[in-house]
Ligand binder design. Structure first.
Ligand SMILES: [Zn+2]
Ligand SMILES: [Zn+2]
Length: 133
């Protein structure tokens, strides 16, 4: 199954980082990660993470546009919410726990989970509880 990019609606390409299959946008350099994938990627060799970074250099096409353009999850059609993950803001699906990274956000996402015992879903839930709504 090929997903549509959250930001520019291009069809996402699939790539493998060792045993992790990721969906990346060839146009805007965005990245879709299913639940648990960033935690696995963050434990990969530096050379593999470098390969992923290079993959996310866009080859042209429409620039990234604000996330408001699409609010439903490309994987499960659940509602996407903008949430805080460490130092970055990500588009996160509370139903399937997948999320979308804009170009340049991969390092922030890896830094947020590296050396952590919590998953992205747990970090997001913890951050949401700290901010009274
Ligand atoms: Zn895109
Ligand atoms: Zn979803």
């Amino acid at each position: 199954m090929h997903l549509a990019c959250l930001k520019c609606t291009s069809i996402l390409d699939k790539a493998r980082i060792e045993d992790v299959e990721v969906d990346h946008c060839p146009a805007c350099g965005g990245l879709w990660l299913d639940h648990g994938e960033i935690e696995r990627i963050s434990r990969k060799m530096v050379s593999e993470i470098d390969r992923l970074r290079r993959l996310l250099q866009p080859s042209g096409g429409p620039p990234a546009v604000p996330s408001e353009i699409q609010t439903s999850c490309p994987a499960c059609t659940g509602e996407m919410k903008e949430v805080t993950l460490g130092t970055i803001r990500i588009d996160f699906c509370s139903r399937c726990k997948g999320f979308f990274l804009d170009r340049g956000e991969i390092d922030g996402a890896i830094a947020a989970v590296q050396g952590q015992k919590m998953t992205v879903a747990q970090i997001v839930a913890a951050a949401a509880n700290e901010v009274p709504s």
